[in-house]
Design a protein around this ligand. Structure first.
Ligand code: GDP
Ligand code: MG
Length: 726
């Protein structure tokens, strides 16, 4: 027998623990985060339990069913159109009043809803006691206490959900919001009209539809028009008349009055069911916030945290990086010995292993960076950062909320751009999308590590930090520029709640870190592999190059000279010394040969062709090629340099080769700036197109960022030279 299928949707306010409960139920590891806006698209998971096939849907957070932002629209559309069998409204029990707004609206649409009073632990700690029996009775909704992150109450919740789905019919509508007489009259009049026009089969619950139309909900209007055609139009006209009439009587927008009344309804419920004990604990979060969001201290502390993050990334990452580097070297030496010379061997060692290897060594750095970002997110600090940045963000005409996507951009621009969906205003979104790529994503980090490591030694961490600051600065200036030209508008006020501070769970941190690092590894397997092969191909062909010197003859010459010297030397240490000298000289010769070969390859031609464009900013043809290939993915910049500077085995070799190539520290800095600012990778460009839904903004972004990159690098390089730096 086929198991019965049930669709259970998880809805609720942002940050109420939906994803945590989703993970607890399905055993998957979706990202949870301690700030609003982590889940921007709905996620689904299927489990088999109690003889049912349960399809669980994790919806983005919403405060109400009156959608303002895309994520709210996603959530509401699913509740209305997806027709879930049961909706679990996840309520933050430590914040009951706010959650009830959505809950009360949920009662108005025809859906079987069940409350999970999550964060029961926090509520208890704060001395909040909730009378669930009463709540359940008042709203006629089953209520279950849960603690999502400790797996408490999850089974009870599922059982209740199944029970509810089996119960016949939607619960009666005994108690729901009652509006003032005039509004009630308009609602029922409109409700009757809707019933009549739809032959008793309204698209959505008729009372709710009526209420929404009086509130002038544009999306519902659109749906009605689409689904009911002419009849829908008639309903809209009637609704319009009623609205106007009401506005006249009430002397206010019906929408505002209705919202007010809903709130007072909720207030009366909370008064009835909630007791806050007198010996309420000192609010730890508030105390921490006294310091961390302090008017003067807050910002320096924030900058310090970010600086510490990069310093940690750089200094701790160093060790595993060396080990991985050594491992790759051994592996490549092993291949060198065990295979006979062929084009394929060359491809394998100098293309694939060198290319992928030169990026894989950065995995530890990236893990550490993501771990730090996960700590910021899970403790709740991220939201404070947004708050602190609010003042600065207003300089651009955005508010602190836009800073969250930007901060996420430090990890990867792709999810960061998707996170702009939390923003209500379309212009704010586009503006944020356009300036987010200036936030230096982790893919750019390897390039900085190489260049800063080669040219700035002990100051590398600080230099990298400076690069990140430049990114922030450029995005602020760009924001200002765009705000006052292409995207004129007023900035919305800052409304974002501060989640309480929580001690992060190691498991969550690791899931977080792993989630993002997986993307990095996936890229490694796909884009970077292909990129490395392309770069290798372009740089190894044509095969028969006219060398300026006969390298093979020179090598034979070296071989011969040392041979004779070795013959007369008999002491062991002297011989060893000579052997080493010989190996070094041969390696040098082969490097020179490779470098000349690369220069005369197709890649070399391309590089030379574009070199004039990059010359004024202190980047040679090899750097130019690396930057071109970086359009695919920024990580490829390093692997391309690895191939072109013929120093692929270990990071140390590439650093030496870079220094030997005549690149100056000023040039290296200029190149880092360019890498920071120029066109984000292919994936980012694609997501910009998707999220702005326009090619125009995508091309604008490509052109704008490249221009900015060039101009800033030019100023840095020429300015530095003029000041006598090198
Ligand atoms: P969502 O935005 O509703 O999906 O919320 P998340 O699932 O991302 O959770 C937000 C934060 O609350 C995370 O840091 C969770 O670890 C934490 N959390 C979830 N449930 C509970 C709970 O019952 N008690 C406590 N103390 N924390 C919880
Ligand atoms: Mg979520």
């Amino acid at each position: 027998m086929q198991p019965k299928t049930l669709t259970i949707a998880l809805a609720g306010n942002p940050n109420s623990g939906k994803t945590t409960i989703f993970n607890a139920i399905t055993g998957t590891r979706q990202k949870v985060g301690n700030w609003p806006g982590v889940t921007v698209e709905k996620k689904e998971g299927v489990i088999h339990k109690y003889g049912y096939e349960l399809k669980i849907v994790d919806l983005p957070g919403t405060y109400s069913l009156t959608p303002f932002s895309i994520e709210e629209i996603v959530a509401r559309d699913f509740l209305l159109e997806g027709k879930p069998d049961v909706v679990i409204d996840i309520i933050d029990a430590s914040n009951l009043e706010r959650s009830l707004y959505l809950a009360s609206q949920m009662r108005e649409i025809d859906c079987r809803v069940l409350f999970a009073l999550n964060m029961a632990d926090l509520a208890r700690k704060r001395g909040v006691r909730i009378d669930t029996d009463k709540l359940s009775e008042i709203l006629e909704v089953p209520v279950v206490f849960t603690v999502g992150n400790k797996n408490e109450g999850i089974d009870a919740l599922l059982k209740k959900a199944i029970e509810l789905s089996e119960s016949d019919g939607v619960p009666m509508r005994k108690r729901q919001v009652e509006y003032t007489r005039d509004i009630e009259a308009a609602v029922s009049k409109l409700q009757d009209f809707i019933e009549k026009k739809s032959d008793g089969q309204p698209v959505y619950n008729s009372r709710w539809t009526a209420a929404k139309l009086l509130e002038n909900d544009k999306i519902i209007r659109g749906h009605l028009l689409k689904k009911m055609g002419d009849a829908g139009q008639k309903i809209l006209w009637t609704a319009e008349d009623e609205r106007e009439r009401l506005a006249e009587i009430l002397d206010d927008d019906p929408e505002i009055v209705m919202t007010d009344e809903r709130y007072s309804f909720i207030e009366s419920i909370t008064q009835e069911v909630m007791v806050v004990s007198a010996e309420k604990q000192v609010d730890v979060s508030r105390n921490i916030d006294m310091i961390l969001t302090h008017r003067f201290l807050g910002f320096p502390i924030f900058v310090f945290f970010i600086w510490a993050m990069f310093q940690t990334t750089f200094s701790f990452g160093h060790y595993p990086m060396d080990w991985i580097g050594a491992g790759i070297k051994v592996f490549s030496a092993f291949l060198e010995q065990s295979m006979s010379d062929s084009l394929f061997k060359d491809l394998l060692i100098n293309g694939i292993v060198a290319g992928v290897g030169s990026v894989v060594v950065f995995l530890p750095n990236i893990l550490i960076l993501f771990f730090c970002i996960a700590i910021f997110e899970d403790t709740g600090y991220m939201a404070r950062a947004a708050f602190l940045m609010d003042r600065i963000m207003h300089l651009i005409g955005l508010h602190g909320k836009s800073f969250i996507p930007m901060l996420m951009g430090f990890g990867c621009n792709v999810p960061a751009i998707m996170a702009t969906r939390t923003l209500e205003s379309e212009k704010d979104r586009i503006l944020t999308i356009l300036i987010t790529p200036f936030m230096s994503c982790s893919a750019r980090l390897p390039v900085y590590i190489i260049l800063a490591g080669a040219f700035f030694g002990a100051q590398a961490g600080t230099v990298i930090f400076a690069i990140y600051l430049v990114g922030i600065l450029v995005s602020i200036l760009s924001g200002r520029l765009l705000r006052s030209t292409l995207l004129k508008g007023i900035d919305a006020p800052f409304v974002m709640e501060m989640p309480p501070y929580r001690v992060p769970m190691l498991k969550n941190l690791i899931i977080h870190m792993w989630d993002r690092s997986k993307m990095f590894l996936k890229k490694m397997g796909g884009v970077i592999l292909i990129g490395s092969v392309v770069v290798w191909t372009l740089s190894s062909f044509p095969r028969n190059v006219n060398y300026s010197k006969d390298y093979d003859a020179k090598a034979a010459q070296i071989e011969k000279t040392y041979q004779t010297q070795l013959m007369i030397r008999i002491d062991d240490s002297g011989r060893r010394q000579l052997e080493k000298e010989k190996a070094d000289a041969l390696a040098e010769m082969s490097l020179q040969k490779k470098a000349e070969q690369a220069e005369k390859s197709y890649m070399g031609h391309i590089g030379k062709f574009v070199a004039p464009f990059f010359a004024p900013i202190g980047i040679d043809w090899r750097g130019s090629v690396a930057l071109l290939s970086g359009f695919v993915a920024k990580e490829i910049v390093v692997s391309t340099m690895g191939v072109l500077y013929a120093a692929d085995e270990e990071t140390g070799a590439l650093k030496n080769a870079l220094r030997a190539s005549g690149m100056t520290s000023l040039g290296a800095f200029s190149m880092m700036i360019f890498v920071l600012l120029y066109v984000p990778c292919l994936a980012t460009v694609a997501v910009i197109r998707r999220e702005t839904n326009s090619f125009k903004w995508m091309f604008f972004n490509i052109g704008y960022s490249t221009a900015v990159a060039w101009i800033v690098s030019f100023c840095v390089y020429q300015g530095g030279k003029w000041m006598g730096m090198s």
